[in-house]
Design a protein around this ligand. Structure first.
Ligand code: C2E
Ligand code: MG
Ligand code: MG
Ligand code: MG
Length: 282
């Protein structure tokens, strides 16, 4: 009886595993062809000054549109792209495309903007990573100070490796941001020694800001960022209550559905034009 049950469990488990593996394999097969088939697209989400409501920059967020799989969200394929190394060519495409686009928008508005690009750990670990960044800036003619690289706490976890690379990027003039801050393990002493420009408070804390303890964490992160002279951005702001609360806290910028979801290039362009152009005369 027990044996039978065990066997059934085993079969159930293998069927599940088979499906999992099959899904993963078809995802991987699709991912391998996605670049050459032009299936990737960048969406852009504004990063907005709390005080003025002005768009200071935008984060580039990848989207994968596959004829068979439909739209695959980044959380579902970025881990696989990292596992297979495909994140290297994909990451280069993202950086090149985002910088090209940012340069166009800067020319259109005739003022500097900031483009934020997410960097995966594997990308950052490549010996030629700084060269890749340099080449993209040369090719696109974008000023280094208009490019911000969003690093995660897992990247900076190994300061011996990360610090020299971060310093080299800083010398080039590139901006560095720490994404999803508060969810990882970075110690405060690391934070002090890293040449960072921006700290992004993870959405998790913003979601729970109506709880006293989470609000206390947000307050602490903001006051720490201010003492370290870092630009601080709240992620995932969805309500006017959250924005009002942040406005009383010396939080520099916010990003979230309240202002805009990530949108395709053309839509972001009209957003830029509406926000920055003067009111039409009556
Ligand atoms: P992330 O870098 O922390 O990006 C912010 C995520 O929060 C985005 O999800 C964005 O759409 C979402 N978001 C922003 N505001 C709100 C809000 O008000 N409410 C809610 N519910 N969500 C909000 P997305 O685009 O699905 O990206 C997920 C993650 O995938 C990113 O998290 C980033 O870690 C990764 N990712 C996206 N694009 C790239 C890329 O080009 N390269 C790499 N390496 N990773 C990327
Ligand atoms: Mg990010
Ligand atoms: Mg984030
Ligand atoms: Mg995140």
């Amino acid at each position: 009886r027990a044996k039978e049950l065990g066997k059934n469990n085993f079969q159930f488990f293998t069927a599940d595993m088979n499906e999992l593996i099959a899904n993963k394999m078809s995802l991987e097969l699709g991912l391998r062809k996605a670049l050459t088939n032009n299936e990737f697209e960048l969406y852009y989400q504004p990063q907005v000054e709390v005080e003025s409501g002005a768009i200071k920059g935008m984060e580039a967020l990848i989207r994968w549109r596959n004829p068979k799989l439909g739209i695959v969200p980044p959380n579902e394929f970025i881990p696989l792209a990292e596992e297979t190394g495909l994140i290297i060519p994909i990451g280069k495409w993202v950086m090149q495309t985002a910088c090209e686009q940012a340069k166009k928008w800067e020319s259109m508005l005739n003022k500097p903007l900031r483009i934020s690009v997410n960097i995966s750990a594997l990308q950052f670990q490549q010996p030629d990573f700084t060269d890749v960044v340099k080449k993209v800036l040369e090719r696109t003619n974008l000023s280094a100070t208009s490019l911000e690289l969003e690093l995660t706490e897992s990247i900076v976890q190994n300061p011996q490796h990360a610090l020299p690379i971060m310093k080299e990027l800083k010398e080039m003039g590139v901006l560095l941001s720490l994404d999803d801050f508060g969810t990882g393990y970075s110690s405060l002493s690391y934070l002090r020694s890293f040449p960072l420009d921006t700290l992004k408070i993870d959405k998790l804390f913003i979601d729970n800001m109506h709880h006293v303890k989470d609000e206390a964490i947000v307050n602490t992160i903001i006051s720490m960022a201010n003492s370290l002279e870092l630009n601080v951005i709240a992620e995932g702001v969805e309500t006017t209550e959250q924005l009002a609360s942040l406005a009383g806290k010396a939080c520099d910028e916010y990003q979230g559905y309240l202002f805009s979801k990530p949108v395709p290039c053309e839509e972001f362009e009209s957003l830029l034009q509406t926000i920055t152009s003067p009111e039409p005369a009556m």
